[in-house]
Design a protein around this ligand. Structure first.
Ligand code: 13P
Ligand code: SF4
Length: 332
């Protein structure tokens, strides 16, 4: 679904959501890539690390995760006694599956105890359970640097792994061949063309992009990092090389506009935006964008069995340990 300033939000749906949240002691957490009308009604919107941190501190009994399947799994692992609901269980991150157990085992056999298997949080619970620690894009460099092992197998994302390797040259970082198909598809030429069209713009890129794209960036960071950078920066134009979902928060924080509903559309039209954002073509995560507000409401109204997150027992303990270790190493 394309993100637009005029996406209509049914007020009766929002009213029902508020009532259901009260009745079910629920809270809605959304990732920056989901549709703006969901971000607008969520209680919290954040990057993967912020959402994971939040999940362990919230008092509510029911957590609705407007995000892809691995995010729901992570929330359930961190909160085994809570009800975790995924509005659209079909929304899945393809990269979360792009690694084989055989490869991990083979490298463990080669390097023994001097190998740490570092798993990007964009991974299934099974993949996490084969690892030694989890990371997100906002803490990967810090955590890899702090590990005692000299050799690091970074799974599943080759691009984030390559970025970490460049920042932590003292480690031998071994890469896997997984990637985010949408970040990986942005070409260096596309970024160069955007730079030529907007010569004053700063390039802000997510580390899931290829190294040739990252070489052109003025700032590399997680979705939250990109938003915070743009908010603080004195620059007025930014080429944002990540998924377009971040535009809602960028507009809100930098220009005071709300990209959802008619009120938001009017506000956008009325305000003369001080900061402008340019994106590469096709910068939409189709899985994140497939989540609808109706699904957010329906999973609270009458949750279907597949909307209720359950992590297969055999992976629960080890996968939870990886997330707990991440929170410990990155500092809660
Ligand atoms: P962030 O942790 O930066 O929000 O990234 C999540 C993600 O899926 C990027 O594609
Ligand atoms: Fe996965 Fe890429 Fe979508 Fe992020 S943008 S959830 S890495 S497919």
């Amino acid at each position: 679904m394309a993100l637009s300033a005029s996406t209509p939000v049914a007020p009766e749906l929002v009213a029902e959501l508020e009532r259901l949240k009260r009745d079910r002691d629920a809270v809605v957490l959304a990732h920056y890539y989901v549709a703006p009308e969901i971000q607008a009604v969520a209680d919290y919107v954040g990057d993967s690390f912020a959402l994971a941190k939040l999940a362990v501190s919230l008092p509510q009994q029911t957590l609705v995760i407007a995000g892809v399947a691995f995010m729901g799994e992570s929330m359930k692992l961190l909160n085994p006694r809570k009800t975790v609901l995924l509005p659209n269980p079909q929304a899945d991150c393809p990269m979360a599956h792009m690694v084989s157990r055989g490869m991990v085992d083979a490298l463990r056999a080669v390097y023994g105890d001097d190998l740490a298997v570092v798993c990007y949080v964009n991974s299934t619970a099974a993949v996490k359970s084969w690892s030694d620690v989890c990371v997100t894009s906002s803490n990967a460099v810090q955590i890899v640097r702090s590990l005692p092992q000299r050799h690091v197998l970074f799974i599943p994302d080759q691009n984030l792994g390559g970025y970490v390797a460049a920042q932590v040259p003292e480690k031998n970082v071994i890469l896997n061949d997984g990637c985010c198909p949408h970040h990986h598809a942005v070409t260096p030429d596309e970024v160069a063309a955007l730079k030529a069209a907007h010569p004053g713009a700063l390039v802000l890129a997510h580390p899931e992009c290829t190294d040739l794209v990252l070489k052109q960036a003025d700032y590399v960071g997680s979705t939250a990092g990109i938003i915070a950078f743009a908010e603080k920066s004195d620059a007025e134009e930014f080429i944002v090389v990540t998924m377009r979902g971040v535009e809602a928060e960028l507009e809100k924080r930098c220009n005071g506009a709300v990209l959802a509903g008619e009120k938001g559309a009017a506000a956008c039209a009325a305000a003369a935006p001080r900061k402008r954002f340019y994106f590469a073509e096709h910068s939409v995560c189709p899985d994140m964008a497939s989540i609808t507000l109706e699904q957010v409401v329906s999973c609270l109204r009458d949750p279907a069995p597949e909307q209720q997150v359950d992590v297969p027992g055999e992976f629960t303990e080890p996968a939870k340990r990886m997330l707990d270790r991440m929170l410990e190493l990155a500092g809660k």
